[in-house]
Design a protein around this ligand. Structure first.
Ligand SMILES: NC(=O)c1ccc[n+]([C@@H]2O[C@H](COP(=O)([O-])OP(=O)(O)OC[C@H]3O[C@@H](n4cnc5c(N)ncnc54)[C@H](O)[C@@H]3O)[C@@H](O)[C@H]2O)c1
Length: 426
């Protein structure tokens, strides 16, 4: 006799637009396949999403719609197995807390928060729930990534010496105007810290800390020290370009060069330099292993991974007790949040790239406006190869200072000072 299929996982989704729409699409598909059941959803602008509600067949599926997440959780808690939070980063903590207080596990879009102190509060709230929250960094459960990390742990490539991340992701000016929190340091007196490092490329930074976490498959490297320089070319509060060097508690160096201040192609690469090989991993494409002993290169295809679908299914399995842990727990995201925060503290300033180096670039096909910074690609490559900082070339008056996690309590003062410097006095 075959085992009966598991009961569909009962879900409430907070949010309807932006990336929350991707969750609605995925859950509708998983519901049609018998894996999930959408019980309820909410958005302060629920009415504005009438066409989507129609397209997602809410009426036929019996989905309850609310305008406030607390009302949704109060009304539906007994009929839910989990809540998805896919809303602005600065709202995650309060939404996670409301779900946790109702005893509900949370599938939380990345990053959980960009404030190390708030993360600790979230970890404490999450301990009230029988099943830990998932912080949905997309790529930790990619089978090819996990297989490669296991080979690293098994010592096949020798010791990991150093690592680097290149992330060149052009964003048009309207990306920063799509929501009230985009590109902001603070909103309503609270930290936001939206940036190319903390938001769009957060997956890749967390991936790097995953590679460098040497104890087990589910270990992320801890941060020992950080030096960073932060820049902006766009007219935003936060930074659109990060140069960050960190040394982990295992003594390995990671350099990250990330920018949204560019036009043209999107390029990203996670590079691991090991004793016996150099590994280059490009999300959504392939990984290459270049053996230093001259044997032929190895290529691994890593395309075709449906991140939202696979993360949903993995979290349902965890809730049913079929997986030992969520792919990334709140505590697992500590190194990422610490690195983000220490980058601001180390940099101490967000330097405006000289206007003479910035030129507008209109994409005629997309009808969108980008900025190009002269010398950006060379600056990123020089930094990753030889730790050459853009520094005075880009108008910095002093290098970033070397900081350790002991400096984390300075984050709020640092950000308030950066924010105050943007606001004309009077
Ligand atoms: N995993 C990924 O690949 C991926 C991709 C993009 C964004 N994200 C993450 O998704 C999250 C949302 O980002 P976004 O760009 O979609 O943001 P967004 O500003 O577009 O907001 C998403 C939705 O949240 C809703 N919302 C706002 N306030 C709300 C409230 N009080 N109650 C209920 N809903 C509310 C908005 O109306 C919107 O529908 C962020 O954490 C972001 O980093 C993840």
């Amino acid at each position: 006799m075959s085992a009966s299929p598991p009961r569909p996982t009962r879900i409430g989704i907070i949010g309807m637009g932006g990336f929350a729409a991707a969750h609605h699409h995925t859950v509708a598909q998983l519901e049609a396949e018998g894996h999930a059941k959408l019980i309820c959803t909410c958005d302060p602008q629920a009415e504005a999403f009438s066409p989507q509600q129609h397209a997602w067949h809410f009426a036929e599926r019996g989905v309850r719609v609310f305008t406030h997440y607390e009302q949704m959780i109060d009304a539906c808690r007994e009929s839910l197995d989990m809540v998805v939070v896919s809303t602005p980063i600065n709202l995650h903590a309060q939404m996670h807390r409301a779900a946790a207080q109702a005893g509900l596990p949370v599938y939380l879009e990345k990053p959980a928060t960009l404030d190390h102190a708030e993360l600790e509060e979230m970890i404490a709230h999450d301990a009230q729930v029988p099943r830990a929250a998932l912080v949905a960094f997309n790529f930790i459960i990619e089978p090819a990534r996990r297989a490669l990390k296991q080979r690293l742990l098994d010592g096949e490539f020798g010791a990991l010496i150093e690592a680097s991340l290149l992330a060149r992701w052009p964003r048009p000016a309207d990306y920063f105007y799509r929501t009230d929190w985009a590109g902001r340091l603070m909103l309503d007196g609270r930290l936001v810290l939206d940036s190319c490092f903390g938001n769009a490329n957060a997956h890749l930074v967390h991936n790097m800390l995953f590679w460098l976490g040497q104890d087990t498959l589910s270990t992320w490297a801890e941060i020992a020290s950080v030096r960073a320089e932060l820049y902006r070319a766009h007219a935003i509060e936060s930074a659109d370009t990060f140069f960050v060097q960190t040394v982990t508690s295992n003594g390995q160096t990671l350099r990250c060069a990330l920018t949204h201040a560019c036009a043209g192609e999107t390029r990203h690469c996670e590079t691991l330099r090991c004793e016996k090989a150099e590994i280059r991993y490009t999300v959504g494409s392939h990984a290459e292993i270049r053996w230093l002993d001259g044997r032929g290169d190895e290529r691994i295809e890593v395309n075709g991974f449906d991140a939202v679908r696979e993360n949903h299914l993995a979290y349902y399995r965890y809730l049913r007790g079929e997986e030992p842990r969520p792919a990334t727990s709140l505590a697992d995201s500590r190194p990422f949040v610490h690195l983000n925060d220490l980058a601001y503290i180390s940099s101490g300033q967000i330097t405006a790239i000289p206007a003479t180096l910035i030129s507008p670039h209109r994409d005629p096909r997309e009808q969108k406006d980008y900025l190009d910074v002269e010398g950006m690609d060379a600056a990123m490559e020089d930094f990753l190869r030889s730790a050459t900082w853009p520094g005075s070339q880009w108008g910095r008056n002093a290098p970033g200072t070397l900081v350790t996690p002991a400096a984390l309590p300075r984050l709020h003062d640092t950000i308030r000072t950066l924010h105050a410097a943007l606001t004309p006095a009077g």
